[in-house]
Design a protein around this ligand. Structure first.
Ligand SMILES: [Zn+2]
Length: 155
């Protein structure tokens, strides 16, 4: 049986919980919205698309923290109601096989490579990037919107 060399790292539960608290407190940079399409509101915590009618929080997340040339903060969604963090961390999430780019970063958090990977491609791209010893971790993002989807690390 083939074993993967990667581990999916969904958004940490503490960050999702903090976003829910901030939204409840009325923080201006935490918008509460209702999903109105089946493929427009990806939750970074359970790594599923929200179903139309589900309540979501939209807030800025620093995927690469301040203090680096590639520092980046951008909007992400999480479910407004508590959801179960994605647990199948040895499997690439089936719901995010379209419109994705994989970015590779080194230990200084500089981007060193990137490749669009859709359909059946993500695992091969992820494994190839992680075979490069210079690469420390990967990010998956939306090609069209640029939004951060998840981190992937080497096992
Ligand atoms: Zn969720």
């Amino acid at each position: 049986m083939k074993t993967s060399n990667f581990r999916i790292v969904p958004l940490h539960t503490e960050i999702a919980e903090a976003a829910r608290c901030a939204a409840d407190a009325g923080a201006p940079d935490h918008a509460v919205v209702f999903a109105d399409s089946p493929n427009g509101y990806p939750c970074r915590h359970c790594l599923r698309w929200a179903q139309p009618g589900e309540r979501m929080i939209l807030f800025p997340f620093a995927a690469i923290p301040p203090g680096h040339p590639y520092s980046e903060s951008g909007p992400i969604f999480v479910h407004a109601e508590p959801c179960e963090r994605y647990a199948a961390t040895d499997q690439y999430p089936e719901e995010f096989r379209q419109n994705r780019v994989v970015r590779a970063y080194n230990s200084k958090q500089d981007m060193v490579d990137a490749k669009v990977a859709n359909g059946a491609e993500p695992e091969a791209v992820v494994e190839k990037f992680l075979q490069n010893p210079e690469v420390a971790f990967l990010h998956v993002r939306s090609v069209s919107h640029g939004c951060y989807t998840m981190q992937i690390e080497r096992i």
